[in-house]
Ligand binder design. Sequence first.
Ligand code: PLP
Length: 497
Amino acid sequence: MEYVSTRDKSRKVSAAYAIANGIAPDGGLYCPTEFPSLTAEDWHALANLDYKGRSARILGKFLTDFSGEELADYASKAYADNKFGGKDTAPVVALDGGKHMLELWHGPTCAFKDMALQMLPHLLTASLRKTGETRTACILVATSGDTGKAALDGFHDVEGTKIMVYYPVDGVSPMQKLQMVTQEGANVEVVAIRGNFDDAQSAVKRIFTDEATRAQLDRDGMMLSSANSINWGRLAPQIAYYVSAYCDMVKSGTVRMGEKVNICVPTGNFGNILAAYIAKRMGLPVNKFICASNRNNVLTDFFKKGGAYDKNRDFYTTTSPSMDILISSNLERLLFIASDFNDALVRDLMQSLNTGGHYQTPEAVFTNIAADFDAGCCDDAQAADTIRALWEKEHYLCDPHTAVAVRVYEDYRARTGDTTPTVIASTASPFKFCRAVVEALGGTLEKDDVTQLDVLTKLTGVAAPAPLAALAGKTPRFDRVVDKSEILQTVDLLKGM
Ligand SMILES: *Cc1c(COP(=O)(O)O)cnc(C)c1O
């Protein structure tokens, strides 16, 4: 299997090369040039495997320069029972009205990013080895909360790597901050930056593009690497849980093999829903993908307005912060695939996005996209109503991101009359966004976030996930706060780790 840049398909690289390098030199995203099919034999085998086995088998279709033994080994470590609460790794919970909640948050940091970031360190270290890289990989991450903690947890004490996370000092929730600053491990560092998320992100970009810094790191036997969702190594592991959910639904008798389902995903950077789309290209029977957004509804407009993408709009802070985003990077891969791998077109569209902040998808390409996708959005009040209604009517507790998806799905079903069973990606534990959930249920708000967990438990009788409850007893290890202008000096910290 070969990979090319979405902006230039003339140069083909291996999966290991794509993962080790993260992004193509032309700024494009690495993408396979064809999609492997799931055969009848695959489906039969997948049905009888546990999650680890399913993950290894799906990854094997894409990462053809990795052996089956390697992938099985990584999957058994990434999705070890003691990391995923001893439950099913990605269970499907059936609710009323065709809703099938695919719970992706039973991992160590209680958000779906664990599904990829527990696997990525194994894929990345092996990819470095396979491409002849001997330097230590230093992973730099700018985060608005969820990615930072999931990356820290995935990479801590992984040999051959160091990880440094930058977060905006006032831009993450107290719970997210506590999760990050109490991170254990000898190869981790967490730095707060005075400013907002954009400041943190551009500060990190400055490190990546500073030649002197890179040269010094090289002399010290280190190289920079990244763990964000444009890396194919983060996307590929996400394909498996959609296939796994379908296998579970066939097993439970919800659908017969071959019968279609819908898939509804609360979307930010478009990585998660793109993984579902790729699963369809492999043969997963999907009727519609429903792309759910919060008040930052740039994607809803894209799908509703004939493929016109326009990031020139107000940015809103919402109760679903991981979806507060105006540039959905992975949409680039959808354009590439839906245009039958037209790199020249993608190059033009992305150029237009970079310069003017908008682009218009050609009609023929948008027709392909519209055949597969529907979309909708809702605001914080509607998400809160959904959290309360779901709890009162169905005794199911969900977080604000998942609530956005549930709401958008219910609107879709009422609007279209489509009663196809629908997989809804549940992307975070309700306890991770405890404050918004307690508020939605009419409970009391506490100053302290760990105490807040108890309030939600008393309200609902649902226990908080162990990793969040355990934060109460942990001592913060990192309290460094720096100005943007001091960012380059923080690189020195890598040497001491
Ligand atoms: C990151 C995240 C999302 C958005 O996922 P994308 O792959 O960026 O579309 C949704 N919900 C939660 C809880 C997240 O952490």
